[in-house]
Design a protein around this ligand. Structure first.
Ligand code: NAD
Length: 351
């Protein structure tokens, strides 16, 4: 028998979940949705999906084991807590809440109810991020000391509620949460400082561009940048490691790795080179034979892994792959991003 689930908030992202589940997961059945918008209700009915006329009807339905909350960000918390108190397991869309204190309330409700709570941090399974992980897991490069992770565009458009503060809009909570979750997934080491600058280039209420710089205990410096006003976009990833550099230009994973070759150990003349900026020895280009260029390791986007894990958790065969501890660490880092921008200096931490 399929596990029955409901969806609260049947907009763009919920449609994506409904399609994935319908096409790939017979183990899950969408028993109904709840949305405050008549168009969303109609969309569900057109798809042959029941529309509950209140969230209380979902809470009261004993057959529903799982609720996915895919509303605007500010109402994730009240829905999640109400569902947990009604004895449902819950998946929340990202950002799970607007700050870590709100998430702690949900975690307490989850513990009290004995039901699981997890967050849809799907970008852990993006091809570009999996490729970054493989560069180091496969030993192609070693000892990264500077990672730059950027997502940039120039549309200058925060759609609907994403532009409003009370709904938890803005880019830190929208895209920042993905890039910070990836960072913490990649770096298990302790985070020791956060320094962030947020901009409101065009949005009246929320951040539309930001850069945050993170320092880890092992010396790794990790930079996260989101721009909605970048008319010349920078690469998705630029990674400096002790023995080479990796470049991933975009989500299609165009890019390359350039690393030291065996010839790098041979003696080679350190001639002064006359560049357009004058003579230099230290910044002169390297002789070609001292480096090799390699393709990026291929990785496929595997977002369906997330649902596979949820089914296994419902079958008591696994624990949630996105844990509440991980989600809480992400939200604590986001708290520090906002604090650093507000106080206009870096914040030391131990996270
Ligand atoms: N994981 C991802 O990659 C990803 C991508 C996009 C959006 N999201 C997240 O999904 C959530 C929804 O985003 P979206 O793009 O689908 O937004 P959306 O505006 O398209 O959909 C939100 C839906 O929630 C409904 N809604 C609003 N207030 C409600 C309330 N109080 N009760 C019930 N329904 C309510 C709206 O009518 C709408 O249908 C957000 O938290 C967003 O951050 C995640």
């Amino acid at each position: 028998m399929a596990h029955k689930m409901a969806i609260i908030g049947f907009g763009g992202m919920a449609g994506y979940h409904q399609k994935n589940i319908g096409e790939h997961f017979p183990e899950l059945e969408i028993a109904g949705i709840y949305d405050i918008r008549p168009e969303a209700v109609q969309k569900a009915r057109d798809l042959g999906i029941k529309a509950f006329d209140s969230p209380e009807r979902i809470y009261a339905d004993k057959d529903i084991e799982l609720v996915l909350v895919a509303t605007p960000n500010d109402v994730h918390k009240p829905y999640a807590i109400a569902c947990l108190e009604a004895g449902k397991n819950v998946i929340s869309e990202k950002p799970v809440t607007l700050n870590s204190a709100e998430l702690e309330e949900i975690i307490a409700a989850s513990k009290k109810a004995g039901k699981f709570f997890t967050v849809h941090q799907n970008r852990r399974w993006d091809a570009d991020f999996l490729s970054v992980k493989r560069i180091f897991a496969d030993g192609i490069l070693h000892d990264p000391y500077m990672i730059e992770s950027r997502v940039q565009g120039s549309r200058q458009a925060l759609h609907g509620w994403r532009g409003w503060k009370q709904n938890g809009g803005g880019m830190v909570l929208d895209w920042g949460v993905h890039l910070i979750d990836q960072m913490l997934n990649f770096c298990p080491q302790k985070l020791v400082s956060v320094n962030a600058v947020l901009h409101q280039v065009f949005a009246p209420e929320v951040d539309d561009n930001f850069t945050a710089s993170f320092r880890f205990e092992n010396g790794l410096h990790y930079l996260v940048n989101i721009a909605m006003n970048s008319f010349i976009v920078q690469p998705r990833w630029h990674i400096s490691a002790a023995d080479g550099t990796a470049l991933i230009e975009d989500w299609d994973c165009k890019g390359k790795i350039v690393k030291l070759s065996d010839a790098a150990t041979l003696d080679w003349a350190e001639d002064i080179v006359y560049t357009a900026a004058g003579p230099t020895r230290s910044m002169a280009p390297r002789p070609k034979n001292t480096t090799v260029e390699l393709p990026l390791p291929r990785a496929e986007q595997t977002w369906l892994e997330y649902y596979r894990n949820i089914v296994a958790v419902l079958d008591n065969k696994a624990q949630p792959i996105v844990t509440t501890d991980q989600a809480l660490r992400v939200m604590k880092v986001i708290d520090l991003v906002f604090q650093s921008d507000k106080e206009k200096h870096g914040i030391a931490c131990s996270l």
